[in-house]
Each structure stands twice: as C-alpha cells, then as structure tokens.
Ligand binder design. Structure first.
Ligand code: G3H
Ligand code: 13P
Ligand code: ZN
Length: 400
C-alpha cells in the first residue's frame, strides 16, 4: 500500500529511521519488497531521474504496482529522489508518487526557497509531500560531481527560516556524508553536533540523511577478489543510524550499498561459472542477497519489526484493524478495500523534541473541485503537514 511519508515519519520520529532505497529494475524491486516484509519494516522506494530514464518511467511504475499486488502487506512511500522542478511536476501530475524531493540545494538560499515553495504548493494541492535540501552533499549525483571540499554543511541558523518559507515537509541536511562509495576521504565524520543544532531549531520536524551507504568492507573485498577494483571505498557506520534517529532523522537514503550487492553477486557468479551466459541464475541469487541486505539494514535503522505497530493492533470487538496509515489509492479491482481498516486512530506518543566522490561507480488526474484525497480515499483533504512554529529558533517542544 502506497502511503505518504507523513504517516511514516510521525510513527518513526525520535525512535527509528525509515530506509529509503533506490531502485532501477525488477530484481531490485522484488528483493526490496521481500527484504522489507522479511523484516516487517515500512520503507520508501526512491526513484532518481537517472532511474526514470534507464528503461522508462512508466516501466518503473508498472513494476512497483505489480509488487504492491504481489505483496499486499507492504507499506511504503514512492518518492522522487533529487528531482529538479520539472521532474517534480511530472511526478506530482502522475498521481503515482506520494512524495517528491526538490533538490535546489545548489541555488542561492532565496532561490532554493522560491523553487521549493512552488513545488511544495503543487504537491500539497495533490495531497503529496515534499522533501527539500539545504546545504550540499559531496559525491556524485546525476553525473554532477561535488568534491567533499566543495560540499557545504547545512547551516542550522538557516534551517528554521528555510522550512518556514519553503513549505517543505521534510529537510535533507548535509551533515558530513556524501554520495557514492568513497566517503570521508579526508578526516570528515558524521557531524552529530550540527544535526543536534538543526533539531534544536526544528523540534519535531522530520530530517533526512542522504549519502548513508555503509560500503561494507567485506563486500568491497569480495568485489575486488572477484575482479573488481574499488580502492579506498568507505561508508557510514550503520551503528550510528539510531543516534541520528534520536536527533530527528526519520529517513536514511541508501543506494550505493545495493549496487555493491549487485556487483559482488554478478562478479562472483560469472567468475565461478565462466561457461554461463544466462542472466537468470545470478539474478535469482541477487534477489535473495538483496532481500537479506535490506532486512539487515532495517535492523540497523530500527525500522525492522515496526510494521505491526504502524498498522495497529486488533481493536477488541471491532474485528478490524486500527491503522495509522491510510490507503493512497484504490486499485482498479477494488482489492485495496479488502485491507480491513478502522477509522479510529491509535494514540501515538508525540515526537520527542530532545535537544540534545569522489567517483561513484566506475559507478493522476487533474483535481476536481471536491477531490477525493488520493491518500485517504476520502473527500477530505490530507491535513496540512505540520510546520515549525513561526517563532524563530524555539518552536514548541512537540507537535501533533
Ligand atoms: O543520490 C543519488 C542516488 O544515489 C541516485 O543515483 O542518479 O545514479 O540513479 P543515480
Ligand atoms: P549513497 O550513495 O550513500 O547510497 O546515498 C544515496 C542517496 O543519498 C540517494 O539520494
Ligand atoms: Zn541523495
């Protein structure tokens, strides 16, 4: 079931982070759904502009719709990763995505706000949510390479004004990570001090950590032993995810690690079976290995095992399930309606407001006047995402 990230973030805030995984093809899609169900985790599927162009944007939508039918228990958001303004509008108009990221982080502060505001308004009019970025990560995205020296950490003093004026629903922060398999090439580290200051300015507001692959050394070694050449590849310590979650990070982006699993499986398979030229045997191994990888990552994120609590427990005498999520859209066959849901909302604790590249790789129909919200299936619009209080620096300690 496709949901917006709003419900996922409300459930996760301060406790755990949701894994946001990039996909490009069928094998990744199947492994992703299996791994998340194996570990009973809600998740976010991320689609980059590059992924949309790889085969066809509609092909990816078809894969995800099929997986949603094959795995009806899955609860996930479909998110555009690092979108430009035009791609955001395309995804918003598609009626398929439940979340878009507008990445105008390379623009000046005022322009970043202006672009993000336009996208957020367009997204909210269709009941979907927007992630924006302030600061700039190092690494490679869409063939644009930003050296770690040129990367700019998010300025905590700008964070409140940015969120307030841009209308974004979550904020990607640059706190020392970079995209790709070659992170922390100097003496950089994850800047929890900066993250704590951002949370201090935006209590209760969902933060996002990009560039969070761990680049496991055993994976790199296996790739190199099977003919690869990844020298000095390094990533984020996954044992730090929970600390980041406590400081308000509700979404952690992981792409490179999945590519490493793919590379290791295929290199080893063809090294061990030089006579083979069939794509299916390694593809099968990859789907299994990717599912295991996702399940393991969700343990580190703390999202493993959260699905039941997110869906709610049986309500005595009701015979239906309480849900903190609402269905994004009914399938044409109407089978979505089969998921028993009670309109009663479970009581959740309010979010705690604790203050506390290098080179990657060789690397919906128009709105009518009284629209049914695609996310609630009802005529009432999705409630406006919570914003920080207009008072500068110190917003109320908790939010609904
Ligand atoms: O940050 C970017 C993501 O890892 C997507 O990478 O643009 O090569 O699909 P991509
Ligand atoms: P990695 O390159 O560390 O996997 O980061 C992915 C990412 O941030 C996607 O937006
Ligand atoms: Zn990213």
């Amino acid at each position: 079931m496709i949901v917006t990230t709003k419900k996922l973030f409300e459930h996760a805030y301060g406790k755990y982070a949701i894994g946001a995984y990039n996909i490009n093809n069928l094998e990744q899609t199947m492994g992703l759904f299996r791994g998340n169900l194996m570990s009973k985790a809600p998740f976010i599927i991320q689609i980059s502009k590059g992924a949309r162009a790889y085969t066809h944007k509609r092909a990816l939508e078809g894969l995800i719709r099929a997986a949603d039918e094959i795995f009806p228990e899955a609860i996930f958001a479909v998110h555009l990763d690092h979108g430009d303004e035009q791609t955001c509008y395309d995804c918003i108009e598609s009626g398929f995505y439940s979340s878009v990221m507008i990445d105008a982080s390379h623009e000046k502060f005022a322009e970043n706000i202006a672009i993000t505001r336009r996208v957020a308004d367009a997204a909210h009019a269709r009941g979907i949510v927007t992630e924006a970025e302030l600061g700039q990560l190092g690494g490679v995205e869409e063939h644009v390479k930003v050296s770690e020296a040129d990367a700019k950490l998010t300025d905590p003093d700008q964070a409140h004004e940015f969120v307030e004026k841009s209308g974004c629903d979550s904020l990607a922060c640059a706190i020392g990570t970079s995209h790709g398999a070659f992170k922390f090439s100097g003496n950089q580290a994850l800047r929890f001090d900066v993250l704590a200051q951002i949370q201090d300015r935006l209590p209760g507001f969902p933060l996002v950590m990009h560039g969070s692959s761990s680049v496991p050394q055993e994976e790199v070694e296996r790739i190199n032993n099977a003919g690869g050449s990844l020298k000095g590849a390094r990533g984020v310590d996954a044992n730090q995810f929970k600390r980041a979650a406590e400081l308000g990070v509700t979404k952690i982006n992981i792409d490179t690690d999945g590519r490493l699993v793919w590379t290791r499986v295929h290199r080893e398979y063809f090294k061990d079976h030089p006579e083979n030229f069939d794509l299916r045997p390694p593809g099968k191994v990859f789907m299994e290995e990717y599912a295991k990888f996702i399940a393991g990552k969700n343990e580190k994120l703390g999202s493993a095992g959260q699905l039941d609590s997110l869906l709610g427990r049986s309500v005595p005498g009701c015979g239906r399930r309480r849900s903190t999520t609402s269905c994004r859209s009914a399938s044409p066959s109407g089978r979505r309606g089969g998921r028993a849901r009670c309109t009663a909302r479970s009581t959740r604790p309010r979010p705690a407001a604790t203050s506390s590249s290098s080179t990657r790789r060789t690397r919906a129909a128009p709105r009518s006047s009284a629209p049914a919200s695609p996310h609630t299936g009802s005529a009432s619009p999705t409630p406006a995402p919570t914003r920080p209080s207009p008072s500068p620096r110190r917003a109320p300690a908790s939010r609904a």
